[in-house]
Design a protein around this ligand. Structure first.
Ligand code: SF4
Length: 365
């Protein structure tokens, strides 16, 4: 049935057949006019791979510092350290917040921060240890590959040494942030003082090799062109074939408010809903043979568009995002309860499942 409707798009035909899509296929899909058909094919692919469940985790988001040695043009979160609202939490303060999160039902803590210019490795180890000691059942998902790379440069320890020590101290998994867009033509214009795309990939590969699984993201909707999105997806696919260490792919829609890209008028609008849905659908199809989970980050899309995106290839809502501060700094509402997310899923006729960090079932509704 679907085969008869795809028209003359060879890329869609190949996607339906379950073939591995090439760079050219990806570009053809980005340029396809009938994006509803693209969504329908992605939805069929999603159903084949993961069925009708839509997952989400009860996660607590914690930013231990907003002080950052970098000053990325796409970031509204960083402070230089002398502003009134610059902060750095002690490991004890962090543990206290984690305790509250556990009372709210969180099964994982998602901990990231700026590139703090003076904090040493023992600060991060102590943070892991105090959380693990008091909350051994919580999954500690902490530090982007970009933070680990920075810490390696700052402390002159190898990446492997840092990851091993953090793992020994309690680190269970890593978030997918800092990937932004790997392609240097774009990356060099949206980040300042952050690792290259290849360095991010090399760092996360080392984490996977040490048994630390991670998510992976892509920041889109600013100055990129279609080829940069496809390039990013192909690089993820190649590494996933090698390590199998990515848990889910999370496309992150660029949020404009309070960023240098906005102030310098380099980006004047956030991406359209059509483009957002296209990105979700194409991510599903390009990664179809290697990564089952495509996450729809409702904090960035809003809950209504997130519901639609779940019919364009998405199968996961990421999580409750208690206390998310990075998108909040860029003007987005955050926080949701598990029941609210379950209801969003029920409204579209799918089956809500609360999951843990590794996509094991925690609760059904
Ligand atoms: S994106 Fe991360 S590294 Fe870049 S300025 Fe913001 S906090 Fe710092």
């Amino acid at each position: 049935m679907l085969e008869q409707l795809v028209g003359d798009s060879k890329a869609l035909e190949r996607a339906i057949a379950g073939d591995e899509l090439s760079f050219k296929d990806g570009m053809d899909l980005m340029n396809l006019e009938n994006f509803h058909m693209l969504g329908a094919v992605a939805d069929v692919s999603r159903e084949k791979l993961v069925g009708d469940t839509v997952t989400f985790a009860a996660s607590y988001y914690m930013n231990y510092t907003n002080v950052c040695a970098a000053s990325c043009q796409m970031c509204a979160f960083y402070r230089k350290g002398d502003e009134d609202d610059a902060y750095t939490l002690t490991p004890e303060q962090i543990e206290k917040r984690v305790s509250t999160a556990k009372d709210l039902g969180a099964t994982e803590v998602h901990i990231v921060g700026g590139f703090h210019p003076t904090l040493q490795l023992d600060y991060y180890e102590n943070m892991m240890k105090i959380i693990k000691k008091n909350h051994p059942e919580l999954n500690i998902k902490a530090f982007t590959a970009a933070e680990i790379f920075y810490l390696s440069k700052l402390t002159k320890n190898s990446i492997k040494e840092i990851l091993s020590r953090l793992k020994d101290a309690g680190l269970d998994s890593m978030p997918g942030g800092g990937a932004e867009l790997f392609h240097p033509d774009i990356r060099n214009k949206i980040v300042r003082g952050k690792c290259t795309g290849q360095e991010w990939l090399d760092t996360i590969e080392q984490a996977h090799n040490l048994g630390i699984k991670s998510n992976v993201t892509m920041l889109y909707g600013h100055i990129e062109k279609p080829e940069h999105v496809i390039d990013h997806l192909l690089k993820i696919r190649e590494l996933q074939k090698k390590t199998g260490g990515f848990i889910t792919f999370i496309p992150l829609k660029f949020s404009l408010d309070n960023t240098d890209l906005e102030k310098e008028h380099l980006v004047t609008n956030e991406s359209s809903s059509v483009y957002d849905l296209k990105v979700i659908a194409i991510s599903r199809l390009m990664l179809a043979n290697v990564l089952n989970n495509i996450s729809v980050y409702w904090v960035a899309y809003g809950k209504k568009l997130a519901q639609v995106a779940l019919s364009y290839g998405g199968n996961d809502l990421v999580g409750t995002a208690f206390s998310e501060e990075i998108y909040r700094a860029a003007g987005k509402a955050t926080d949701s309860s598990v029941l609210e997310l379950a209801n969003l899923v029920k409204e579209i006729g799918r089956k809500p499942v609360q999951r843990d960090t590794f996509f094991n079932t925690v609760n059904t509704f």
